[in-house]
Design a protein around this ligand. Structure first.
Ligand SMILES: [Cu+2]
Length: 211
């Protein structure tokens, strides 16, 4: 379970998670949010390509909303925080970060891990032009991370810069429930690990992998 305000201890346990060490007592369950665009508001991923008999499609759109939008200052939120993806599939993800400031991450979480090619594409701004192409990167600077999308169970870590759009592709596994969490200390309290970092539906959630 998550602890509240235990910045140091939590950071250490999370470092282990990134290394695919089973999270054990340090594991955190994540949660949900809502989107600013129609595609984002769907709990299930949008069907951007040929749908296959009602299966979840292979595109996932997430937004990171700042505190002034969620209505709770200092409480940024992933929207949605709970979502579904197909099992054993390549899923293309787009994260639009409307949050403006960076937050400290434990060493290593500024790196991209677990995506196809070990990279992500970063575009400036949370609402890029349709023709924008961005740049492929394998890591951000340690001070350039606003949030992360981290799934220890999949060895996935994607750092997201402030006011940006990030795109990447990853492969899902067997059906089941995969918790995710943000590893940037973007919450409240002196450590930044309280508030939205300690509450399901904000900076933690669950990805349902549907067979
Ligand atoms: Cu965060």
């Amino acid at each position: 379970m998550r602890t509240t305000g235990a910045g140091n201890g939590r950071g250490l346990s999370r470092r282990g998670m990134l290394g695919l060490v089973s999270a054990g007592g340090g594991a955190a369950l994540l949660s949900v949010v809502v989107a600013t665009r129609p595609a984002h508001s769907a709990t299930r991923v949008a069907a951007a390509t040929a749908p296959t008999g009602g299966r979840p499609a292979d595109f996932l759109y997430l937004s990171i909303l700042a505190g002034q939008i969620t209505g709770k200052q200092g409480w940024p939120r992933y929207v949605p925080a709970d979502f579904s993806v197909p099992a054993h599939a390549l899923v293309q993800v787009e994260i639009r970060c409307f949050d403006t400031g960076p937050a400290a991450v434990p060493a290593g979480y500024e790196k991209v891990q677990g995506t196809v090619g070990g990279v992500m594409t970063v575009l400036p701004g949370p609402d890029p032009a349709a023709t924008a192409r961005g740049r492929a990167v394998s890591a951000l600077s340690a001070k350039g991370v606003a949030h992360t999308l981290t799934m220890a169970g999949l060895g996935l870590n994607v750092p997201v810069p402030p006011l940006s759009t990030v795109r990447f592709t990853f492969r899902t596994g067997a059906p089941g429930s995969v918790p995710w969490e943000c590893m940037a200390s973007c919450g409240t309290g002196t450590s930044g690990w309280s508030g939205p970092m300690a509450e399901a539906g904000w900076m933690q959630g669950t990805m349902a992998v549907v067979g």
